[in-house]
Write a new protein. Structure first.
Length: 137
């Protein structure tokens, strides 16, 4: 069963999706997390998960990193709220290095992330499962 969800449309609950598609709830939760990380869905506390209302798919980090890892000397400068995004986007290229198809001469990664012990001056974002990704202010 295939279905296309429209912008603004609410997704069924994880148990409903798991039942409809015959997969484990963990598979659904992982998929929801990937869609959320890519900015394709939004979570509204107490209301559910909705397809993001935008006309274009956001440009993700992954295509840029894949091109960078094809170079002989790989340099990645990353600034973000956590290293989670970079970790997920570099997993596949790093696996290719371990397996052998990619063999860069050098690999340099620099991270700029906020100090988690200092209060942030921005709102906390909730994840699709309703949990918080940063400490409340």
């Amino acid at each position: 069963m295939t279905r296309k969800f429209k912008p603004g449309e609410k997704l069924p609950s994880s148990p409903e999706l798991a039942k409809n598609y015959g997969v484990a709830r963990m598979t659904i939760q992982h998929t929801i997390r990937l869609l959320w990380d890519d900015g394709l869905i939004v979570s509204r506390q107490g209301s559910g998960v909705f397809v993001r209302e935008r006309t274009e798919r956001p440009v993700g980090l992954r295509p840029h990193l894949e091109r960078a890892f094809e170079q002989p000397d790989v340099t990645v400068d990353f600034a973000g709220f956590s290293g989670e995004t970079l970790h997920g986007a570099t997993a596949e290229p790093l696996d290719k290095i371990r397996a052998g198809p990619l063999r860069p001469n050098s690999l340099r990664v620099r991270l700029l992330v906020p100090d988690p012990t200092s209060p942030w001056s921005l709102p906390c974002r909730t994840s699709p499962d309703g949990g918080q990704r940063c400490r409340p202010m």
